[in-house]
Design a protein around this ligand. Structure first.
Ligand SMILES: [Zn+2]
Length: 84
């Protein structure tokens, strides 16, 4: 997905590799599990990224209105806007 359209009209460009507007939401439990695997030194860098990728939910942040768009799968996103 090279571009994402926010409801405010902003187009978020995701096509330049890793974007500062793109996040991976990972459960604390998974982070603890990966931390333990790194400490035990059985997890390679490649496996680390595979595990994170398989467990993460993509989150995009609009750089205009600061809404967060959370990937729900199947091309659907739930959007949240700052209240205060
Ligand atoms: Zn926006």
């Amino acid at each position: 997905m090279p571009k994402f359209s926010c409801v405010c009209g902003q187009i978020i460009n995701l096509s330049h590799g890793t974007s500062e507007l793109e996040f991976s939401m990972v459960a604390e439990r998974k982070i603890d599990e990966l931390g333990a695997a790194l400490a035990d030194r059985w997890l390679s860098e490649e496996e680390f990224y595979q595990q994170i990728g398989a467990s993460a939910t993509a989150v995009y942040r609009c750089n205009k209105c600061e809404r967060l768009h959370i990937d729900q799968g199947g091309g659907n996103f739930s959007s949240y806007i700052k209240e205060v």
